[in-house]
Design a protein around this ligand. Sequence first.
Ligand code: HEC
Ligand code: HEC
Length: 387
Amino acid sequence: MTGFRPRTAVLALALLGAGCESEVPFPTDDELDQLSALHTQSVKPEADPTNKWADNPDAASLGQRLFEDPKLSRCGTVSCKSCHAGESYTVETATAEGCGGHQSERNPPSLLNVGYSRWFMWDGRADRLWSQAVLPLTNPIEMDSDATVVRTRLSEEPTYTAGYTQLFGKAPADESDPDRLMANLGKVLAAYQRTLNRTDAPFDADVRRFLQAVEAGTQEKDPAYLGLKTFVRKGQCVVCHKGRSLSDDKFHNLGLKDTGAGRRGQADVVDTLVSWPLNAAGPYSDAPSGIDAARLPTLKAQAQSKPTEVEGAFRTPTLRNVALSAPYMHTGAEKTLEDVINFYNEGGDPAGTFVGVRTETIVKLDLSSEEKQALVTLLKSMTGAAK
Ligand code: HEC
Ligand code: HEC
């Protein structure tokens, strides 16, 4: 890799000096580092010490059955799968239907590769995959359930009772702590969801090939050249969609039109998360003093010291498998990937349609139609191989 670096740097400087910024050869050393961090090969989700059953195959198979069981809902007709179905584990509409015909407030995210995330929900109100599950279960407009409904269901189905007892050492009927019962259910649901991975994508092979072309000095002839260059340079996409998961695991205000009750995004949820008994630091966590727990006080301190950064901020989603999960954004307002690119090209939605301050990276991009097309092609190449 080092062979060409001085050459690129010298050229870049020479061209910058000539006042010809758009001609700086792509990639510069910094851009090369960003590109090198993007590709992956079948890396499993990181271990989750807060859930002892996270990688337990018996928990995963029980979790799959429970994920698909509508009788865990109070109305008896809504399962996790009702809103997270098909190959992308989501729905094709902007919102999804829960108990009583209620519509969810936001766009259900795909669950593919969800085990790689650090924060869950668009606003980050859950910090662990297992505790996330308790939110739709108890949400009156989603599954409208509680520990009593869950205990009854686990107890009336003998294979559930046996599976639960084997994993947790106690029958569901004997679990008197409602939060413990819900946390345990969340832990088996998480074990299942951690298996829903699609990683190796044409994108990964393209990036590897492009990096070799850079070494050979032939990158401009590579078919991925324009897409990668626009993603990294003109579009600034890589500022947030970075690394193997194509997400910085952070929250940003893009200036996306939202008139819903949850439009303040992360600003509304930090305090609740930090004091939630089901968070990574709480009594139901299997590692209450581990690194996941240590992130919570930091989160709170950041939110307090920089309130504008959490106002209207939503989580950067992974772009892996993004072609499978239209419509897009937390509102589901962008119907296609072309629409998403137009949103970014405009520098986001007009002022006055969203709360808070738009993050400074989101500006009008002035992309050519070739650049837009190249970005869409690049996004479509991020679909991983089906298992
Ligand atoms: C009525 C539809 C509905 C049901 C039922 C439902 N979900 Fe969801 N799910 C959503 C919506 C909508 C969101 C996004 C909510 C938000 O961010 O405010 C979501 C978010 C998630 C997330 C976070 C993903 C991410 O990337 O942040 C996970 C994980 C998830 N659901 C799993 C489940 C599980 C497990 C169940 C069953 C216990 C379930 N869902 C039931 C609609 C539903
Ligand atoms: C400042 C950080 C940032 C930058 C820069 C950025 N994104 Fe995003 N991206 C996000 C966030 C945050 C969301 C979710 C926003 C929301 O729903 O409110 C998102 C959402 C998306 C989505 C929708 C994904 C889904 O599952 O709904 C796509 C596609 C996307 N971005 C592609 C891009 C492309 C292409 C670029 C470059 C032109 C780009 N992003 C630049 C942070 C960023």
